[in-house]
Design a protein around this ligand. Sequence first.
Ligand code: KIV
Length: 294
Amino acid sequence: MGIDLSGTSNLERKKVTVADFSKMKNHDQPIVMVTSYDYPTSIIADEVGVDSILVGDSYGMVVLGYDTTIPVTVEELLPVCQAVKRGSSHSLLIGDMPFLSFQVSEEDAIRNAGRFVKEGRMEAVKIEGGTEMAHMARAVTKAGIPVLGHIGITPQTATLHGGYRIQGKNADSGERLIEDAKSLEDAGVFGIVLEMITEEVAKVITKTVSVPTIGIGSGRYCDGQVLVLHDILGLYPRFLPKFAKRYVDLASTIKAAVADYASEVRRGGFPEERHVFKMDDTERVRMDSRQKKS
Ligand code: KIV
């Protein structure tokens, strides 16, 4: 039997915790994670009952229009985290630590992770990197902040190394990824994002580690899935990765609505009578008479 996090109404729903992630893995209950970068989509995701919301550094690309996630800063993400927090009361909230906010020193990693919790009001942080970053994950976890690992394609460094390449295409690289996952598990992470890893390797990792794996482009055998909300909604028209599924084409819907608005304004169709504010009759008469005198 699965664990019941849903309740019968949104008010009754239980708050999802990091401990629930491991219970869900043990009960074969798929974990649903989605990104959000603002108050309205956080409300929607929370009401739908997603288990976790990730304030991803993908915000830099999807919302700010950067080419990569490299320029994203802690200062840029903190107000985004706060907005998402205001919209959500049940989902587990995870803040994504941006490039160079955790790599310099353990002290720096703890201090910046602390900002996500204290100022951003997140409940956990995500750190990119495998064995080479495990000591940072350990330090942050030891400081009392739950860490979600992230291996496979790690966008912050992938772009510096020549782009996004599917990971785990051969046995050697598969072995390295399994070692990465084990190092992170040993460091105390509560889960690991597997990004663009072959399905075979992702399956082995999922069986090998005791913590849940959250796949993005890593096939059907992970313990959960995460997608960028703008990909689900068709709101990032520049590019749709092969692994993502567009459930609705909101960009076209928005385009049509803005085009309708523009054409109504141009032909005098908007605003209509029902959109305007009126003076009361006495005040209008007083104003008219003043106008006539002047
Ligand atoms: O920044 C992000 O959105 C992510 C997910 C794609 C896992 O890291």
